[in-house]
Write a protein that binds this ligand. Structure first.
Ligand code: ZN
Ligand code: ZN
Length: 183
């Protein structure tokens, strides 16, 4: 859904959109498992730069929620994450700040991004907000034992037999010494 700056010149836009899994690409690491719901309002904000220049920003304020599955950083099993986020964002036409050192922001609490073309794609905004809401490293539980580095077995499901084969380097060193003594 394109939030068109020309439409906003006549009236603010209230949006209430739902995106099913697969509509928005969150990359290979994340799997969306419930509809992404979003609602909010897009407004035009006029920013005066000097006496003559007026910049028209798009302000996007709203809320999103969805459910994602993320691979556990240790054992790679999927972990369900509820994502909820409020956002209040300011989009400025790309190049509008050229030559201006500082950004005078109407609302200091809003974050500023830039857009190209006739407006902002709501899907792009939501993708970015979802990615910001998901922790970088997710683990399925505090005491997740991860995968065995030798055979790849998920150690939460039980012991593998690797640890009995003397792969620990300390035991390897002892074995070398014993072999030397026996010679
Ligand atoms: Zn895990
Ligand atoms: Zn193993």
């Amino acid at each position: 859904m394109l939030i068109d700056i020309q439409d906003l010149e006549t009236h603010p836009l209230d949006f209430h959109e739902e995106f099913g899994p697969g509509t928005i690409d969150f990359g290979a690491e994340l799997r969306q498992s419930s509809p992404l719901r979003s609602e909010g309002r897009a407004d035009l904000v006029e920013e005066h730069h000097g006496k003559h220049k007026v910049i028209q920003d798009i302000r996007l304020k709203g809320h999103l929620d969805t459910t994602l599955e993320v691979a556990c950083a240790r054992c790679l099993e999927p972990v369900v994450q509820q994502v909820q986020r409020d956002f209040d964002l300011l989009y400025r036409p790309l190049g509008a700040d050229a030559g201006h050192e500082e950004l005078s922001v109407t609302d200091a609490e809003a974050e500023i991004s830039y857009f190209q073309g006739e407006g902002v794609l709501l899907e792009d905004v939501l993708r970015e907000q979802v990615l910001l809401a998901v922790p970088l490293k997710t683990i399925c539980r505090e005491d997740c034992r991860g995968l065995c580095p030798h055979c790849g077995k998920n150690l939460n499901e039980g012991q593998c037999s690797c640890e009995n084969h003397g792969n620990d380097p300390r035991w390897e060193a002892l074995k070398d010494i014993r072999e030397k003594l026996e010679q």
